[in-house]
Design a protein around this ligand. Structure first.
Ligand SMILES: [Zn+2]
Length: 296
């Protein structure tokens, strides 16, 4: 039995063969190519399958998706902007496999609930801060999928007082203010000379003034989004992972202060915002959880 997990997001494409003990070296990653995106995904999957007969394949994809139709149109994959029938393509490539598709945020929740910081917590929000902001929800003990599969997409909650244009076509979305790509753009406009989100997080942790300010922007914007979500959904735990979560106090102090300042309702003072123990692999791990559950 060969179970595979595939992640498609703004930071690239990653694939792994599901196992009890996955090391970083077991994960194959590529950047999103301009063309032949599915062919690249399939090649990556065949590499990690290593000749094994694939019985299960779970795909975690950046939104928006149409889970019922099996179609994805992530903003970070220009070739698929009009929608790509990924489930049909995967089924054709691996006819013996059970193929599943979920939003990356839903995979994030499944990983945190099964392997991470949300174990035993029925009502919680999971957030990943990397190139884009990914979010997923558990309410009443269930991962919330939503009508079309896109529930939990916290990156497109509006941030009060912000008007930055967002890739979704709107303005003032959390992702347009605190997403890693937006922060890198902002930092470069302030004179920062780095390139990637990982570099920005590292620079913030090391005390670079512009990077610290960028992480602070993310912390305040995310804190506002978190309090709004917590007030709406009556959750008591938020797990934050992704590359930017490694920025240290530059992110976590303004985040914590913003949450403390705004979470005043009687049911919110216990709201905990904690780092994810799953490093940067939670979305892929969540796809692995799905792939394994389908055949277990
Ligand atoms: Zn948006």
């Amino acid at each position: 039995m060969t179970e595979l997990a595939l992640e498609i997001g703004a930071g690239g494409i990653a694939a792994v063969r599901v196992a009890d003990d996955v090391e970083d070296d077991d994960i194959r990653r590529i950047e999103v190519p301009p063309q032949q995106v599915w062919q690249s995904c399939e090649q990556l999957l065949r590499e990690v399958a290593d000749g094994g007969e694939v019985t299960s394949l779970a795909i975690a994809c950046a939104g928006p998706i149409d889970m019922g139709a099996g179609i994805v149109a992530p903003a970070g994959v220009p070739q698929w902007r009009a929608g790509f029938d990924i489930v049909a393509a995967a089924q054709a490539a691996f006819p013996g496999a059970i193929v599943q598709l979920a939003l990356d945020g839903v995979a994030l929740v499944l990983a945190e609930r099964t392997l991470g910081a949300m174990q035993g917590v029925p009502d919680a929000l999971a957030v990943s801060l990397s190139e884009r902001i990914v979010g997923g929800l558990a309410v009443g003990g269930f991962a919330v999928v939503g009508r079309t599969g896109n529930a939990g997409n916290i990156g497109h909650m509006l941030v009060p007082g912000c008007d930055e244009p967002c890739l979704c076509g709107g303005r003032g979305c959390l992702d347009a203010v605190g997403g890693g790509l937006a922060l890198c753009r902002w930092a470069r406009a302030q004179g920062w000379r780095g390139g990637s989100v990982a570099e920005l997080a590292h620079a913030a942790a090391a005390g670079d003034q512009v990077a610290v300010a960028a992480a602070g922007r993310a912390g305040v914007a995310l804190g506002r989004g978190i309090v709004s979500a917590a007030a709406l959904l009556d959750i008591d735990l938020v797990v934050v992972g992704g590359e930017l979560a490694t920025a240290g106090r530059a992110l976590w102090n303004p985040l914590g202060e913003t949450v403390a300042e705004h979470a005043r309702l009687s049911y919110l003072p216990g709201l905990r915002v904690v780092p994810s123990p799953l490093r940067g692999i939670a979305v892929l791990a969540g796809a692995g959880v799905m792939a394994h559950a389908a055949v277990a």
